[in-house]
Design a protein around this ligand. Structure first.
Ligand SMILES: [Zn+2]
Length: 278
């Protein structure tokens, strides 16, 4: 069970891996650089390589998360080109740290023609993969629908991937809070969305789960994560997902609050119980 949590990189990438393990995590997510800016960071490769070696030795799995301003769908060509440079840098860091890939959202399209938004996403992904030959993948995350409906359905995820020039370099990260917030899941066990993920061909390419409960009800399109068991998804559905055989080798990474809701260590302990108890 590759359960883990988002951790800070204070002290470097190796420090992040050590910090994750101290929480009892088998997987973790980190920001490869300042999450609030689109930038190209010159990073400490020795530290990154030490992180990779440590993870191999301890059986830890990791994913990186792109900075918030990353916007594949941007209508503005300059913003998109800065997004491409930033993503290549994220992939470089993730590869050096031994990570599975880099989590990226569709982004926000503000132009007049929604189909052009999808075209921008595909163009940006193609520009990245044309310049990337490493093993780390781009992992597209489903969105909550808080800005627009774009990026919320399995059909969109599958179609965008299949229209890209290098689909093998593209996988998915499924966020449970976003799925619930978008109305794609009402929290029930044996949910139809898993069948949909299978039929659309998304399932085999889910390389990571963002395992988050939701502060708001299903369909509210509010991207507000809650601690495991402290939100609206509910224990039954979360238990079902933790025990889903289809996802048993996929890292489940918490991006949940800890204030008043239990530390990540405690939430991970809860996940271990819910993932094994019948
Ligand atoms: Zn997420």
């Amino acid at each position: 069970m590759l359960y883990g949590c988002h951790v800070s990189t204070r002290g470097g990438y190796l420090a992040a891996a050590v910090r994750a393990e101290a929480q009892g995590a088998k997987s973790f997510q980190y920001f490869p650089k300042n999450p609030r800016a689109l930038s190209v960071k010159s990073f400490d490769r020795t530290d990154a390589k030490r992180c990779a070696a440590y993870c191999t030795e301890r059986g830890l799995h990791s994913i990186a998360h792109t900075p918030y301003p990353t916007n594949l769908a941007a209508a503005d060509a300059d913003q998109r080109s800065r997004t491409v440079s930033s993503l290549l840098n994220d992939l470089d860091i993730a590869e050096a740290c031994g990570s599975i890939g880099v989590v990226v959202h569709f982004g926000i399209y503000k132009g007049a023609e929604p189909l052009a938004g999808y075209q921008n996403i595909i163009t940006a992904l193609n520009e990245v993969t044309a310049q990337w030959d490493g093993k780390a993948k781009l992992l597209i995350e489903n969105q909550a629908g808080d800005h627009a409906f774009m990026g919320t359905t399995f059909e969109e995820l599958a179609t965008v991937r299949s229209l890209c020039n290098a689909p093998l370099q593209i996988g998915f990260c499924l966020d449970t809070c976003h799925l619930f917030a978008s109305g794609g899941w009402n929290g029930e066990p044996n949910a139809p969305w898993l069948k949909k993920a299978t039929e659309t061909g998304v399932l085999p390419h889910i390389e990571a789960i963002h395992f988050n409960d939701s502060k708001y009800e299903s369909g509210q399109r509010k991207d507000r994560h809650a601690a495991i068991g402290a939100g609206m998804i509910g224990e039954q559905g979360l238990r079902w997902l933790l025990q889903a055989p289809e996802l048993k080798n996929v890292p489940f990474v918490l991006e949940t609050p800890t204030e008043g809701a239990g530390s990540h260590k405690q939430q991970l302990e809860r996940m271990v119980i819910w993932g094994t108890e019948r």
